[in-house]
Design a protein around this ligand. Sequence first.
Ligand code: PEP
Ligand code: MG
Length: 543
Amino acid sequence: MQGGATGLAFRGRTASIGFAHGPFVRVNAGASGERVAGSLVEEALALRSAIDVASGQIAELAAIAGGEAAQILEFQVALLDDEDFIEAIFASIGEGSPADVAWRSALDEQIADYNSAEDEYLKARSSDLADLRDRVVTILRGGESQVLKIPSGAVVCADDLPPSRFLEIDWSGGGGLALLRGSPTSHVAMLARARGIPMVVQIGTITEVAAEVGPMALLDGEGATLELDPSAEQLRLFEKRRETHRKSRASARAILQRPTASWRGERIKLFINIQRVEDLEHADAQYADGIGLMRTEFLLAERGGLPGEETQFQAYDAVLRWADRRPVTIRTFDAGGDKPVPGFTQDGEANPFLGVRGLRLCLARPEIFAIQLRALARAAVRGNLKVMFPMVTSADELEAGRKLFANVVQRLQADGIAAMLPELGIMVEVPAAALAVTSFRAAFFSIGSNDLAQYVLACDRSNGALAPLMDPLHPAVLELIARTAEHGRRAGISVSLCGDMASDPRCLPALLNCGLRELSVNSSALAQIKQTIDRLSSGGGLG
Ligand code: PEP
Ligand code: MG
């Protein structure tokens, strides 16, 4: 939606739902101040020490924040650890650039690169880099990185806000975030959603006059509106919307505690999607019937290169221990496409989404794949593990993966190491796999509707300009989902759906009507999805 102002009401895009009513605080996250340059040696030492201080600050923030937030900050630490990148800056100091100028221009170049990326995800990383740029410049200029002093419950407004600044704000008293630019796929948006902080992005311009007007602001994350200096009527309507939202969340959470969900007398199994072990800390995760998708490629994004067998085994084992007897479906690495991994994925593909990604890549790099398969085979003896391959096009690929896996198990057992071949399934996310689903000797299927929709509709899933066309409820997508579910029903093979549409209550009637009885959703959507099934069962609408 286009951002813009109507009087003192502004509209943007939803990044995190919820409501905030508090003092309006406009922040500028940039660094300011002047600095006098020293000799070449002094400048080099100043930069080295500023980098060390910045690393320490970020590590401290990461330790306090933990989980996903820590992972986000690692992106910044990884850049500080990139010797080639840092060496080039020191070289420019050697040629006479003051430390802050050399640092800033190197970072500005990187930021421009990320900004020019078509991929929204990569674009969103530029704010992480701007944060790092400003942190080091501030340290070089002798200032502590400005800790933002924000009154409790404030509606914070910035052009954009980097994750570390978000983490410095005390959100314990509530509040919300309104960004003039920003993106719903940015890391700061992920943090806001994880912490339940309402957030609206792409508000556009707030003229300085308007910004000064209202000491109080209303932020509606659902309607994606920001109202400054609200009238009594605006406030009344806002409070009414907030109350409806609160009641709906409270009743959804109560429903979570009921043992099962059912629709037309049939049990609906609700699993959760996780990316990391820490995701299990979400308060609602315990109510899931198991884990329907663990995206393991995020292990690849962590520091220190590709993860070893032991690191992977520990992660898989921790998830199985958490699940106890409940099933856990772990997906093998789905790198490539919009998830490039240095040292693993192929550079320079003209069409990465149609390139060597998912199982294709793993089969092309058996030395990396075998390490994951060893960790999975060892974990399989510890709980109810199922393993699935992503981005499968033909039955031969599944069989090639199975053969590698069986060899790995055989070798482990020959060495006296406890291991077994788990149930093997595939993601149905390539149209060919959905159309030829009967050709696969899979123990289960999991529909990846994000990719299935992108391939059926010929719309790059990360291209915001195609958002109106990228409709997972398109009859062509539903047709393939229904065919897959029908095959599962006839053959007695379990079929679930783990794409984002499973977490969207508006898609539920269509998915149930397609014959699906197993869904895997984000933990934060579990309550609402269960509640929606309940409403549909009792003949109510989506409410
Ligand atoms: C999907 O494609 O629907 C899916 C669940 O996987 P990912 O979003 O990780 O590609
Ligand atoms: Mg996918």
